[in-house]
Design a protein around this ligand. Sequence first.
Ligand code: PAF
Length: 281
Amino acid sequence: MPLISEITALRATIQDWRRQGLRIGFVPTMGNLHAGHLQLVKTARQHSDKVVVSIFVNPLQFDRASDLSAYPRTLEQDCQHLSGLADAVFTPTPELMYPNGQQQQTRVIVPGISQVLEGALRPGHFDGVSTVVCKLFNLVQPDVACFGEKDYQQLALIRKMVSDLNMPIELIGVPTVRAENGLALSSRNGYLTQSELAQAPALAATMHAIAERISAGEREFAALVQDASARLNDQGFVTDAIDIVDASTLLPMTEHSQAVVILMAAFLGKARLIDNQVVSL
Ligand code: PAF
């Protein structure tokens, strides 16, 4: 499995596959791979002949420099995980991706969706995501790309970008992979201490409890959010945001809504954990 760190080499590999008429799958990542990422790669394999995985800790999407520098970089271990699953791993540097510096980089901004919810809490974050994903799509030119449903708003953002910019790419959302105790797998779980790891499944449990109450007919979302937030805070979390919004628009539910999504974000120690669940109405 070649490790490619130059654009010319990446393009040559892709061109060679294209000449052979092969279908190309793509999984963008920031590394520190876990079973959730590997599920994305396996899904990409099922829908393509060759799979490219990118590993790039994208500085443009971090709102805090301390978060960027602390982000785990585990390239050797990542390559071991990918061996036999991926056909090429693209590992660009920030200088290769942003040769004129981050300030001078042309941005791709997805209006609306990038500014609400998580986007309002982390200004500029989603602009960094859409910009890097657009650049990676231009470099890899995949037929199909896989993203985790765990990052619900990110997937919605990429779907809108692909549609608005007429990119001929099939997007596949892959269901969240969970530990047996319900905790959604995430690179950020690595920041948790042993005791926090034992507390962490409470996030998913609280979310499932809200989902049950909505399924049972409750529509007082503000009260549900308040209860859930208090419950999490009692269990050692610091709730950052809990939102219940229309699952398609990410806007407040209306009489036309067919499903809502519960979006959870809470700090546990140093880790900011997120999760989500869609509930049909
Ligand atoms: O989900 C991620 O890991 C990142 O946001 C992505 C899509 C690789 C862009 O940097």
